[in-house]
Ligand binder design. Structure first.
Ligand code: FE2
Ligand code: FE2
Length: 349
Protein backbone atom coordinates (compact mmCIF):
# COMPACT_ATOMS: atom_id res chain seq x y z
CA UNK A 1 0.00 0.00 0.00
CA UNK A 2 1.64 3.33 -1.04
CA UNK A 3 1.73 6.05 1.68
CA UNK A 4 -1.60 7.91 1.98
CA UNK A 5 -0.44 11.52 2.07
CA UNK A 6 -2.60 14.44 3.09
CA UNK A 7 -4.10 15.77 -0.15
CA UNK A 8 -2.49 19.16 -1.01
CA UNK A 9 -5.75 20.62 -2.41
CA UNK A 10 -7.30 20.11 1.05
CA UNK A 11 -4.86 22.44 2.79
CA UNK A 12 -7.41 25.35 2.84
CA UNK A 13 -9.99 22.97 4.32
CA UNK A 14 -7.53 21.92 7.05
CA UNK A 15 -6.74 25.56 7.71
CA UNK A 16 -10.48 26.25 8.17
CA UNK A 17 -10.81 23.29 10.54
CA UNK A 18 -7.86 24.56 12.56
CA UNK A 19 -9.34 28.09 12.71
CA UNK A 20 -12.67 26.61 13.82
CA UNK A 21 -10.89 24.62 16.52
CA UNK A 22 -9.12 27.70 17.86
CA UNK A 23 -12.37 29.63 18.01
CA UNK A 24 -14.28 26.86 19.79
CA UNK A 25 -11.42 26.15 22.21
CA UNK A 26 -11.21 29.85 23.06
CA UNK A 27 -14.94 29.97 23.75
CA UNK A 28 -14.63 27.21 26.36
CA UNK A 29 -11.18 28.10 27.66
CA UNK A 30 -10.62 26.87 31.22
CA UNK A 31 -8.02 26.44 33.92
CA UNK A 32 -7.71 23.15 35.77
CA UNK A 33 -7.99 24.66 39.27
CA UNK A 34 -11.59 25.68 38.42
CA UNK A 35 -12.53 22.00 38.38
CA UNK A 36 -10.89 21.00 41.65
CA UNK A 37 -13.03 20.73 44.82
CA UNK A 38 -11.16 23.60 46.50
CA UNK A 39 -14.25 25.26 48.06
CA UNK A 40 -15.38 21.95 49.57
CA UNK A 41 -11.93 21.40 51.02
CA UNK A 42 -11.78 24.91 52.49
CA UNK A 43 -15.19 24.47 54.12
CA UNK A 44 -14.56 21.01 55.52
CA UNK A 45 -11.58 18.88 54.50
CA UNK A 46 -13.38 15.75 55.71
CA UNK A 47 -16.43 16.23 53.53
CA UNK A 48 -14.81 15.29 50.23
CA UNK A 49 -16.23 11.91 49.18
CA UNK A 50 -13.86 8.96 48.96
CA UNK A 51 -14.03 7.25 45.60
CA UNK A 52 -15.26 3.68 45.25
CA UNK A 53 -12.72 1.15 43.98
CA UNK A 54 -14.30 1.12 40.51
CA UNK A 55 -14.37 4.91 40.15
CA UNK A 56 -10.81 5.15 41.37
CA UNK A 57 -9.70 2.50 38.88
CA UNK A 58 -11.44 4.37 36.05
CA UNK A 59 -9.93 7.74 36.94
CA UNK A 60 -6.47 6.27 37.47
CA UNK A 61 -6.67 4.49 34.10
CA UNK A 62 -7.60 7.78 32.42
CA UNK A 63 -4.76 9.51 34.24
CA UNK A 64 -2.26 6.84 33.15
CA UNK A 65 -3.28 7.43 29.55
CA UNK A 66 -2.97 11.21 29.84
CA UNK A 67 0.43 11.16 31.57
CA UNK A 68 2.20 10.01 28.46
CA UNK A 69 1.56 13.35 26.77
CA UNK A 70 5.30 14.06 26.27
CA UNK A 71 5.53 10.93 24.11
CA UNK A 72 2.22 11.49 22.32
CA UNK A 73 3.45 14.94 21.33
CA UNK A 74 6.81 13.54 20.25
CA UNK A 75 5.09 10.79 18.24
CA UNK A 76 2.66 13.11 16.49
CA UNK A 77 5.33 15.76 15.92
CA UNK A 78 7.44 13.14 14.12
CA UNK A 79 4.50 11.63 12.24
CA UNK A 80 3.36 15.03 10.92
CA UNK A 81 6.87 16.17 9.99
CA UNK A 82 6.56 17.42 6.42
CA UNK A 83 2.75 17.56 6.57
CA UNK A 84 0.85 20.74 5.60
CA UNK A 85 1.21 23.55 8.12
CA UNK A 86 -2.29 23.59 9.72
CA UNK A 87 -1.73 19.98 10.77
CA UNK A 88 1.63 20.75 12.35
CA UNK A 89 0.30 23.91 14.03
CA UNK A 90 -2.64 22.01 15.49
CA UNK A 91 -0.27 19.76 17.46
CA UNK A 92 0.95 22.75 19.48
CA UNK A 93 -2.58 23.83 20.49
CA UNK A 94 -3.53 20.23 21.15
CA UNK A 95 -0.53 19.70 23.44
CA UNK A 96 -1.32 22.82 25.48
CA UNK A 97 -4.94 21.70 25.89
CA UNK A 98 -4.07 18.10 26.76
CA UNK A 99 -1.48 19.33 29.27
CA UNK A 100 -4.25 20.17 31.75
CA UNK A 101 -5.85 16.73 31.67
CA UNK A 102 -3.36 14.67 33.69
CA UNK A 103 -2.79 17.67 35.95
CA UNK A 104 -6.49 17.88 36.84
CA UNK A 105 -6.93 14.14 37.41
CA UNK A 106 -3.76 13.69 39.47
CA UNK A 107 -4.49 16.74 41.64
CA UNK A 108 -8.08 15.61 42.17
CA UNK A 109 -6.90 12.22 43.42
CA UNK A 110 -4.28 13.82 45.68
CA UNK A 111 -6.67 16.36 47.23
CA UNK A 112 -9.23 13.66 47.98
CA UNK A 113 -6.48 11.42 49.31
CA UNK A 114 -7.66 8.69 46.96
CA UNK A 115 -5.56 5.63 46.18
CA UNK A 116 -1.99 4.85 47.09
CA UNK A 117 -0.04 7.95 46.04
CA UNK A 118 3.35 6.23 46.15
CA UNK A 119 2.14 3.29 44.05
CA UNK A 120 0.49 5.63 41.56
CA UNK A 121 3.72 7.61 41.23
CA UNK A 122 5.65 4.38 40.70
CA UNK A 123 3.32 3.20 37.92
CA UNK A 124 3.25 6.66 36.40
CA UNK A 125 7.02 6.64 36.13
CA UNK A 126 6.99 3.19 34.47
CA UNK A 127 4.46 4.42 31.93
CA UNK A 128 6.30 7.61 31.01
CA UNK A 129 9.57 5.70 30.82
CA UNK A 130 7.99 3.21 28.42
CA UNK A 131 7.38 6.00 25.92
CA UNK A 132 5.00 5.58 23.01
CA UNK A 133 5.54 5.07 19.32
CA UNK A 134 2.60 5.31 16.98
CA UNK A 135 2.01 2.22 14.84
CA UNK A 136 1.19 4.41 11.85
CA UNK A 137 2.52 4.39 8.27
CA UNK A 138 1.43 7.75 6.85
CA UNK A 139 -0.32 11.08 7.47
CA UNK A 140 -3.79 9.86 6.60
CA UNK A 141 -3.48 6.89 8.96
CA UNK A 142 -2.34 9.36 11.62
CA UNK A 143 -5.51 11.49 11.36
CA UNK A 144 -7.72 8.37 11.22
CA UNK A 145 -6.00 7.01 14.35
CA UNK A 146 -6.17 10.26 16.30
CA UNK A 147 -9.85 10.80 15.37
CA UNK A 148 -10.65 7.33 16.73
CA UNK A 149 -8.64 7.67 19.92
CA UNK A 150 -9.99 11.16 20.70
CA UNK A 151 -13.54 9.86 20.30
CA UNK A 152 -12.78 6.82 22.46
CA UNK A 153 -11.28 9.09 25.14
CA UNK A 154 -14.36 11.30 25.06
CA UNK A 155 -16.61 8.24 25.38
CA UNK A 156 -14.58 6.97 28.33
CA UNK A 157 -14.82 10.29 30.20
CA UNK A 158 -18.54 10.53 29.52
CA UNK A 159 -19.12 7.03 30.84
CA UNK A 160 -17.01 7.51 33.97
CA UNK A 161 -18.74 10.83 34.66
CA UNK A 162 -22.12 9.13 34.45
CA UNK A 163 -21.08 6.26 36.71
CA UNK A 164 -19.55 8.45 39.45
CA UNK A 165 -22.11 11.30 39.28
CA UNK A 166 -23.92 10.32 42.48
CA UNK A 167 -20.71 9.42 44.27
CA UNK A 168 -18.85 12.66 43.55
CA UNK A 169 -20.72 15.25 41.44
CA UNK A 170 -17.71 17.57 41.27
CA UNK A 171 -15.56 14.82 39.84
CA UNK A 172 -18.27 14.10 37.27
CA UNK A 173 -18.23 17.80 36.35
CA UNK A 174 -14.44 17.71 35.89
CA UNK A 175 -14.67 14.60 33.70
CA UNK A 176 -17.33 16.19 31.52
CA UNK A 177 -15.04 19.18 31.13
CA UNK A 178 -12.27 16.88 29.87
CA UNK A 179 -14.74 15.18 27.52
CA UNK A 180 -15.44 18.58 25.95
CA UNK A 181 -11.76 19.07 25.11
CA UNK A 182 -11.65 15.59 23.59
CA UNK A 183 -14.76 16.41 21.56
CA UNK A 184 -13.03 19.39 19.94
CA UNK A 185 -9.91 17.34 19.18
CA UNK A 186 -12.06 14.60 17.71
CA UNK A 187 -14.03 17.08 15.58
CA UNK A 188 -10.85 18.44 14.00
CA UNK A 189 -9.45 15.03 13.03
CA UNK A 190 -12.82 13.49 12.13
CA UNK A 191 -13.62 16.24 9.63
CA UNK A 192 -10.09 16.08 8.22
CA UNK A 193 -10.58 12.34 7.57
CA UNK A 194 -14.04 12.95 6.11
CA UNK A 195 -12.69 15.55 3.66
CA UNK A 196 -9.99 13.11 2.49
CA UNK A 197 -12.44 10.23 2.03
CA UNK A 198 -14.69 12.47 -0.06
CA UNK A 199 -11.82 13.39 -2.39
CA UNK A 200 -10.12 9.98 -2.33
CA UNK A 201 -12.43 7.04 -1.46
CA UNK A 202 -9.47 4.70 -2.07
CA UNK A 203 -8.23 5.86 1.33
CA UNK A 204 -10.66 3.22 2.60
CA UNK A 205 -7.60 0.96 2.49
CA UNK A 206 -5.41 2.87 5.01
CA UNK A 207 -8.57 3.58 7.02
CA UNK A 208 -9.20 -0.15 7.34
CA UNK A 209 -5.60 -0.69 8.41
CA UNK A 210 -6.21 1.66 11.37
CA UNK A 211 -9.74 0.64 12.34
CA UNK A 212 -9.09 -3.12 12.19
CA UNK A 213 -6.05 -2.84 14.42
CA UNK A 214 -7.09 -0.04 16.77
CA UNK A 215 -5.59 0.06 20.28
CA UNK A 216 -5.63 3.03 22.66
CA UNK A 217 -2.25 4.71 23.22
CA UNK A 218 -2.67 3.84 26.91
CA UNK A 219 -2.91 0.13 26.10
CA UNK A 220 0.73 -0.30 27.05
CA UNK A 221 0.22 0.70 30.69
CA UNK A 222 0.84 -2.05 33.27
CA UNK A 223 -2.09 -4.44 33.62
CA UNK A 224 -4.19 -2.70 31.00
CA UNK A 225 -6.08 -5.90 30.11
CA UNK A 226 -7.20 -6.37 33.71
CA UNK A 227 -8.23 -2.75 34.03
CA UNK A 228 -10.24 -2.91 30.79
CA UNK A 229 -11.85 -6.21 31.82
CA UNK A 230 -12.88 -4.88 35.25
CA UNK A 231 -14.27 -1.62 33.87
CA UNK A 232 -16.18 -3.54 31.18
CA UNK A 233 -17.60 -6.02 33.71
CA UNK A 234 -18.63 -3.23 36.06
CA UNK A 235 -20.49 -1.50 33.24
CA UNK A 236 -18.25 1.57 33.16
CA UNK A 237 -16.84 1.10 29.67
CA UNK A 238 -16.89 -2.14 27.72
CA UNK A 239 -17.11 -3.48 24.18
CA UNK A 240 -20.77 -2.42 24.00
CA UNK A 241 -19.94 1.20 24.86
CA UNK A 242 -16.98 1.11 22.50
CA UNK A 243 -19.21 -0.09 19.69
CA UNK A 244 -22.09 2.34 20.30
CA UNK A 245 -20.05 5.44 21.15
CA UNK A 246 -17.00 4.98 18.90
CA UNK A 247 -17.16 2.31 16.17
CA UNK A 248 -20.73 2.86 15.05
CA UNK A 249 -20.46 6.61 15.47
CA UNK A 250 -17.46 6.77 13.10
CA UNK A 251 -19.17 4.34 10.77
CA UNK A 252 -22.00 6.82 10.24
CA UNK A 253 -19.82 9.95 10.27
CA UNK A 254 -17.56 8.60 7.53
CA UNK A 255 -20.32 6.68 5.73
CA UNK A 256 -17.98 3.74 5.27
CA UNK A 257 -20.49 1.50 3.44
CA UNK A 258 -21.34 4.39 1.08
CA UNK A 259 -17.74 5.00 -0.08
CA UNK A 260 -17.12 4.22 -3.74
CA UNK A 261 -13.46 3.26 -4.07
CA UNK A 262 -12.22 2.52 -7.59
CA UNK A 263 -9.11 0.47 -6.70
CA UNK A 264 -9.56 -3.23 -6.00
CA UNK A 265 -7.51 -3.31 -2.74
CA UNK A 266 -9.62 -0.43 -1.38
CA UNK A 267 -12.86 -2.23 -2.33
CA UNK A 268 -11.57 -5.35 -0.60
CA UNK A 269 -10.62 -3.29 2.49
CA UNK A 270 -14.12 -1.77 2.56
CA UNK A 271 -15.66 -5.27 2.48
CA UNK A 272 -13.40 -6.39 5.31
CA UNK A 273 -14.39 -3.33 7.32
CA UNK A 274 -18.08 -4.04 6.78
CA UNK A 275 -17.61 -7.59 8.10
CA UNK A 276 -15.55 -6.28 11.03
CA UNK A 277 -18.25 -3.74 11.92
CA UNK A 278 -20.91 -6.47 11.95
CA UNK A 279 -18.73 -8.65 14.12
CA UNK A 280 -18.11 -5.86 16.64
CA UNK A 281 -21.87 -5.23 16.73
CA UNK A 282 -22.51 -8.87 17.61
CA UNK A 283 -19.78 -8.81 20.25
CA UNK A 284 -21.28 -5.64 21.75
CA UNK A 285 -24.78 -7.17 22.00
CA UNK A 286 -23.37 -10.38 23.41
CA UNK A 287 -21.36 -8.49 25.98
CA UNK A 288 -24.25 -6.26 27.06
CA UNK A 289 -26.47 -9.33 27.48
CA UNK A 290 -23.86 -11.16 29.50
CA UNK A 291 -23.43 -8.19 31.85
CA UNK A 292 -27.20 -7.89 32.28
CA UNK A 293 -27.42 -11.57 33.14
CA UNK A 294 -24.52 -11.34 35.61
CA UNK A 295 -26.20 -8.37 37.28
CA UNK A 296 -29.50 -10.23 37.53
CA UNK A 297 -27.74 -13.33 38.89
CA UNK A 298 -25.89 -11.17 41.42
CA UNK A 299 -29.10 -9.48 42.54
CA UNK A 300 -30.86 -12.85 42.81
CA UNK A 301 -28.13 -14.41 44.91
CA UNK A 302 -27.91 -11.27 47.07
CA UNK A 303 -31.66 -11.51 47.64
CA UNK A 304 -31.21 -15.16 48.58
CA UNK A 305 -28.74 -14.11 51.25
CA UNK A 306 -25.61 -15.21 49.44
CA UNK A 307 -22.55 -13.07 49.96
CA UNK A 308 -20.32 -14.35 47.19
CA UNK A 309 -21.89 -13.58 43.83
CA UNK A 310 -21.95 -9.81 43.46
CA UNK A 311 -19.23 -7.66 42.02
CA UNK A 312 -17.69 -5.33 44.48
CA UNK A 313 -15.37 -3.31 42.30
CA UNK A 314 -12.27 -5.37 42.94
CA UNK A 315 -10.16 -6.30 39.95
CA UNK A 316 -10.66 -9.51 38.05
CA UNK A 317 -7.64 -10.79 39.91
CA UNK A 318 -8.89 -9.46 43.23
CA UNK A 319 -7.18 -6.10 42.90
CA UNK A 320 -8.78 -2.76 42.08
CA UNK A 321 -5.63 -0.78 41.63
CA UNK A 322 -4.53 -2.35 38.38
CA UNK A 323 -1.90 -4.55 39.93
CA UNK A 324 -1.51 -8.21 39.13
CA UNK A 325 -2.30 -10.53 42.04
CA UNK A 326 1.41 -11.14 42.65
CA UNK A 327 1.78 -7.42 43.41
CA UNK A 328 3.77 -6.74 40.26
CA UNK A 329 2.53 -4.86 37.24
CA UNK A 330 1.92 -7.20 34.32
CA UNK A 331 3.44 -6.24 30.98
CA UNK A 332 0.70 -6.72 28.39
CA UNK A 333 1.33 -7.11 24.68
CA UNK A 334 0.77 -4.03 22.52
CA UNK A 335 -2.81 -4.79 21.51
CA UNK A 336 -3.70 -6.83 24.58
CA UNK A 337 -7.04 -5.86 26.02
CA UNK A 338 -10.57 -6.96 26.69
CA UNK A 339 -11.61 -6.36 23.09
CA UNK A 340 -8.96 -8.70 21.78
CA UNK A 341 -10.07 -11.34 24.27
CA UNK A 342 -13.74 -10.92 23.43
CA UNK A 343 -13.11 -10.94 19.68
CA UNK A 344 -11.42 -14.33 19.94
CA UNK A 345 -14.70 -15.84 21.10
CA UNK A 346 -16.98 -13.77 18.86
CA UNK A 347 -19.43 -15.60 16.61
CA UNK A 348 -18.18 -15.94 13.03
CA UNK A 349 -19.77 -13.72 10.37
FE1 FE2 B 1 -6.88 14.14 27.08
FE1 FE2 C 1 -7.67 14.88 23.27
Amino acid sequence: MPPAHLIPSLEPKLRDLYARHKELAKAIDWAYHEYLPLDVLRADPQSLPKLSAVSYLAVETALFTEVNLPWFTTGLYNVFRGAVSPMREFIYDWTAEEDQHAMLLETYLLLGDNGDHRERARLRKIIVKQGWEPNIDDHFQAIAYTATQELATRAFYQRVALVCRDEDPLLARALIRLAKDETLHYAFYKDAVKAHLEVEPNYAEPLARILMDFAMPGAEMPDYATRAAVLAREGVYGPDHYYDMVVDHLWKEWDIPGLLPSAEPARAAQKTLIAHHRKLGRVASMYALRRKKEKADGAASAAAGSNGATHTGGGANGSANGQASNGHAAEPARTDGVYGEVLKTAPKS
